[in-house]
Design a protein around this ligand. Sequence first.
Ligand SMILES: Cc1ncc(COP(=O)(O)O)c(C=O)c1O
Length: 387
Amino acid sequence: MAAVGSARVGTAIRGEFPIFEHTTYLNSCSQGALSHRVRRAYEEYLDGWDARGAEWEHWVERAEAARSSFAALLGARNEEVAVTTSVSQGVSGIVSALPLGRGERRKIVISEYEFPTVGQIAHAQELRGAEVVHVLPDDDGTIPVERFAEAIDDRTALVCCTTVSYRTGNRQDVAAIAQLAHDHGALCLADSYQAVGAVDLDVHGLGVDFLTGGTVKYLLASAGLGFLYVRGDLLPRLLPTQTGWFADEDIFQMDISDYSPAADARRFDAGTPPVPNIYAGVAGMSIVQDAGVEAVEAHIAGLADRLIAGLDELGAVTVTPRDPARRGPLVCVRSTDVSRLVAELARERIVASQRDANLRISLHLYNIEEDVDHVLAALRDLRHLLA
Ligand SMILES: Cc1ncc(COP(=O)(O)O)c(C=O)c1O
């Protein structure tokens, strides 16, 4: 991993991303900016198709390259990582492996900040006999670990938390939540889509059982590629019933007579891998890896400090916590008319986004202080649209 202070952030990397020639892009929480490297990766995929036709063996090799990249980013072993098409696939795979309709452990605890897919998949398990409990934020918008402690008990099968909230930028204490889950014999899943690539994640240090995300945002690539980390020693007792032939112990045996999933986390893969997305994903992740996530995180923290200080000067209501340990790359600020605010910023060629009544400004390795100053200057003129 590159040391903090790596040169491959900010102005040193910005030229890889053509959008900055005309736009202040502050929307990586929706989608990372397109790089020359990712564009070339798509072309490589198309060129191979043109030159050689179907390349199944090569595609399997590329899927393994994606698995290795994900594992390296997470501090996991390759055997602990499934390559998925989405967070939804990974989470559905997990719940399909849990006996939620049998026995005492039928409870799924989810935070109020889960992405819709996690909440919806959890509630879908009610059809199998599961019970879903929501952990609500306090009035200040944070969800203290104590709120999880109140919800988790010995009937809990799974606790779902989100590393960084897509709605508020709030970062949860995943390690403490995982510990609480384990104290009650439950498993813990952290949806880390809004963190991976921008926050240095060490799955073993966090102690989670599952961690999931994908490549669209801070991993700088395409929709349609994700990952699921599964703690290695859990694998023998987790048999997903949501499955597919790429999860089989021998993909090319083409055997329809039984269910014999791979021994490792590949048992959570499913059908044909999303090959074009894998080409893009490996390329996007390589940009983050070249910079080093630790350096990216430090770069983002500096920009976020500058942004929050500027918002304070404007008298704006910053929803995201001030404590750097409780936030990540996303800073949310309260607006009185957020749709209009996003549209007005777009007129200034500033791309940001919205959730609830919050303007979302997200920062990544390619952003620089001028981007922060540009959005602050625009917000000064649009002060009437801030709460
Ligand atoms: C926190 C979080 N989880 C999950 C997703 C997406 O889930 P999926 O990969 O299933 O589309 C997103 C954004 O799209 C997200 O922000």
